[in-house]
Design a protein around this ligand. Structure first.
Ligand SMILES: Cc1ncc(C[n+]2csc(CCOP(=O)(O)OP(=O)(O)O)c2C)c(N)n1
Ligand SMILES: [Mg+2]
Length: 404
């Protein structure tokens, strides 16, 4: 219980007595701000971070193009936010749990999720870990400690508190990092999660990507406060605001947050100030709600270019390496996409497995009815649809649509 001083005249407070500063290390030209010191980061790790950021950008650009060509039903880009996501992931232990929202593919890339694995999920083929049951971008990897994405906003935030509580009880020295947008932070789940984490002192890092928009709604129309960070005070939680386009600052802030979480069981809120450079998703067109001028101003703050300049200045990267990396990533995206497109979908029976230990009679009846319907009207179902034989996947003769 906190004791407070008494006052004898009414005095209202609005929390606007101070504003939360932004932690920054790197300028846009790749030099350090005056008085700033780079975190300890060796050449290999710095290059790994850079590689993951570039790979995420290339994957996103190609897959958005593939969506426009009709090869893919849906896509979401991380573009502009690579430093926030990859920088945070690089500061974690690889065995720490990550619970993401949907725009954090950079974390998977950093941890070694292969382009084949991305493509299998995007095309929902027989090798997709989710067996084609989810829309594209709902990745998950047990091996890489990355919880499968679920679409309803905010659900992963209290789940992260619960998971981290389990980690504390297990005493394995690991923590959970949960990513979410500033829009999702308006969900009740966010508040429940922070309160529970602070009360029970669990090792969880709440990582808010404040990218300026929740689809078409600018953050200025989402909350009256100074961003999301001040909410931590309401829960007596540690908080830091960081320049989300500055990978060195994100890395150092997350590294220290992790120490607080794991060594002192202090949950931490990080608010990374960044910008969603692309559309919300392949179904969105931002020209209806923001100006090109605004986008251009943020393009100037490109997080990838900022890190690239820092690396080049230290002789840790070169123009030739850049060219070779871009070419090999583009080639790899195209090759893996073609491979995944050709693979058949999982058999129809997998629609009703994995939920109950044994398939329930009601589900079995529904599947049998569906199969007899498909047999009756085969012309209504596309070639390459899921096979009716539980053990057989069906080849799609039209799958090879070639390279673009
Ligand atoms: C509970 C719920 N409400 C609404 C939606 C629809 N929706 C999907 S994404 C989104 C915006 C989220 O914005 P933000 O959290 O800032 O993340 P960003 O897309 O900017 O990364 C909305 C409203 C949803 N998926 N779930
Ligand atoms: Mg947002």
């Amino acid at each position: 219980m906190t004791t407070t001083a008494d006052i004898h005249e009414p005095k209202f407070m609005a929390g606007d007595e101070f504003s939360i500063p932004t932690f920054r290390l790197l300028t846009q030209d790749g030099t350090l701000h005056e008085g700033a010191e780079a975190p300890e980061l060796d050449r290999d790790k710095a290059r790994h971070i850079y590689h993951a950021m570039v790979a995420t950008r290339v994957l996103d650009e190609r897959m958005m193009a593939a969506q426009r060509q009709g090869r893919l039903s849906f896509y979401m880009q991380c573009t502009g936010e690579e430093a926030a996501v990859v920088g945070a992931t690089a500061a974690l232990d690889d065995a720490d749990m990550i619970m993401a929202q949907y725009r954090e593919q950079g974390a998977l890339v950093y941890r070694g999720f292969t382009f084949d694995e991305f493509m299998n999920q995007l095309f929902g083929n027989e090798l997709d870990y989710g067996k084609g049951r989810q829309m594209p971008i709902h990745y998950g990897s047990r091996k890489l400690h990355y919880m499968t994405i679920s679409s309803p906003l905010g659900t992963q935030i209290p789940q992260a508190t619960g998971y981290a509580y389990g980690q504390k009880l297990a005493g394995d020295g690991l923590c959970t990092t949960v990513f979410f947008g500033e829009g999702a932070a308006s969900e009740g789940d966010f508040h429940a999660a922070l309160n529970m984490a602070a009360v029970h002192k669990v090792p969880v890092i709440f990582f808010c990507r404040n990218n300026g928009y929740a689809i078409s709604t600018p953050s200025i129309e989402q909350f009256a406060a100074d961003g999301v960070a001040p909410r931590a005070f309401g829960y007596r939680m540690h908080v830091i605001r960081v320049d989300g386009n500055d990978v060195l600052a994100v890395y150092q802030a997350t590294q220290q947050a992790r120490r607080l979480a794991v060594e002192q069981n202090q949950p931490v809120l990080i608010e990374a100030m960044t910008y969603r450079l692309a559309a919300h998703s392949s179904s969105d067109d931002p020209s209806g709600y923001r100006s090109k001028k605004e986008e251009e101003a943020w393009r100037e703050k490109d997080p990838i270019l900022r890190l690239q300049r820092w690396l080049i200045a230290r002789d840790w990267w070169s123009d030739d390496e850049e060219k070779a990396l871009q070419e090999s990533l583009r080639r790899e995206v195209l090759e893996t996409m073609k491979r995944a497109e050709k693979r058949p979908p999982p058999p129809l029976d997998s629609m009703i497995t994995d939920v109950y230990a044994d398939v329930t009679p009601a589900l079995q009846r529904q599947l049998d009815a569906l199969k007899s319907h498909i047999r009756q009207y085969p012309e209504a179902y596309p070639k390459g649809a899921r096979s009716l034989d539980p053990d057989v996947t069906r080849r799609d003769d039209n799958a090879d649509k070639g390279e673009s």
